[in-house]
Design a protein around this ligand. Structure first.
Ligand SMILES: C[C@@]1(CC(=O)O)C2=NC(=C\c3[nH]c(c(CCC(=O)O)c3CC(=O)O)Cc3[nH]c(c(CC(=O)O)c3CCC(=O)O)/C=C3\N/C(=C\2)[C@@H](CCC(=O)O)[C@]3(C)CC(=O)O)/[C@H]1CCC(=O)O
Ligand SMILES: NC(=O)c1ccc[n+]([C@@H]2O[C@H](COP(=O)([O-])OP(=O)(O)OC[C@H]3O[C@@H](n4cnc5c(N)ncnc54)[C@H](O)[C@@H]3O)[C@@H](O)[C@H]2O)c1
Length: 232
């Protein structure tokens, strides 16, 4: 497998049409995050796992209780192929290619267009680890270990940074000052800022004011803060 032929990406699947061929444990695991993300999921499979059956009963996905046939991928934007029967998987892959649908192939990742990484989340911080199919179990373990090794305040710091970034982009016109201010507001700067001003609505209002009136002074203050952040 070409190690540089895979581009890591975050997909927004809300409302996208996903059709799975096969409803076993592999399909269930691949579909779980897609369902959670609000994809519109259909499955063609003579059988379902209990978990998928429950989702079908609850109307969270639609189920065709039969074997795959050509045409099932007519509306699919993403095809999840997971029958474990090589000839069926291949026919479904060919149809997906005909339709221009993307393929997630559970039995042969390298035959598809996308692979799922192992994921660990801390708030909006998303760690995704892939071994490109060498060992999904190792990928899962690494993602867990990396997440466990992180400081506990990342969700709070990133929530603050998201708000700070929005304020800066609204109040400082695109250009050199904005770029330097965004760069100066790294994680240490955000921690300093939260410690100094509290991170409540009043502190963000203050930031609105400072970014509007004197962004250069704000950059200098960040660079002078006791943590010394913003200077790297
Ligand atoms: C990361 C994770 C995401 C997810 O599924 O959500 C994921 N598999 C996970 C776990 C896992 N999968 C398997 C086991 C059993 C032990 C083992 O076989 O090692 C375990 C471990 C367990 O269950 O603990 C079986 C397995 N997996 C693949 C094959 C086919 C093959 O090897 O060709 C076979 C069957 C082999 C056979 O029996 O024939 C293929 C793929 N699995 C991928 C992703 C893609 C590459 C990811 C990468 O390496 O970067 C890729 C290529 C395609 C894709 O599915 O996108 C998830 C982590 C769960 C978590 O985070 O908790
Ligand atoms: N990517 C992964 O993480 C992962 C994990 C486990 C297994 N796998 C691989 O994925 C494949 C499926 O694994 P599984 O454990 O879910 O297998 P499984 O045999 O338990 O499930 C296969 C499903 O496909 C259905 N099916 C069979 N023939 C079909 C047809 N003609 N049309 C439609 N549906 C059909 C079955 O009814 C069943 O629901 C295997 O090749 C396995 O090696 C991948």
């Amino acid at each position: 497998m070409m190690e540089n032929g895979w581009v890591p990406v975050l997909l927004r699947l809300n409302g996208k049409r996903v059709v799975a061929i096969g409803g076993g444990p592999a399909a269930e695991r691949k579909l779980a995050p897609l369902l959670e993300a609000g994809a519109s999921v259909g499955i063609v499979s003579p059988k379902l796992t209990p978990g998928l059956r429950q989702a079908a009963d609850e109307g969270r996905l639609d189920w065709q209780e039969r074997r795959y046939r050509h045409g099932d991928l007519a509306q699919a934007e993403l095809a999840v192929i997971a029958t474990g029967v090589p000839s069926v998987d291949e026919a479904a892959r060919l149809e997906a290619a005909e339709r221009g649908a993307w393929v997630l192939d559970a039995a042969a990742g390298e035959c598809g267009d996308l692979m799922l990484p192992a994921v660990a989340r801390k708030g909006r911080l998303t760690l995704a680890v892939s071994t490109l199919g060498a060992s999904p179990g190792v990928a899962a373990r690494l993602a867990r270990e990396l997440a466990d090794g992180l400081a506990g305040d990342w969700p709070e710091v990133l929530n603050a940074l998201a708000r700070i970034r929005d304020i800066v982009k609204r109040n400082v016109p695109a250009g050199d000052t904005r770029r330097r201010l965004l760069r100066a507001f790294d994680a240490d700067a955000a921690r300093w800022w939260l410690r100094t001003y509290g991170g409540d609505d009043a502190s963000f209002a203050r930031l609105e004011h400072e970014t509007r009136t004197d962004p250069e002074r704000l950059i200098a203050a960040i660079q002078d803060n006791p943590d010394g952040s913003g200077q790297r």
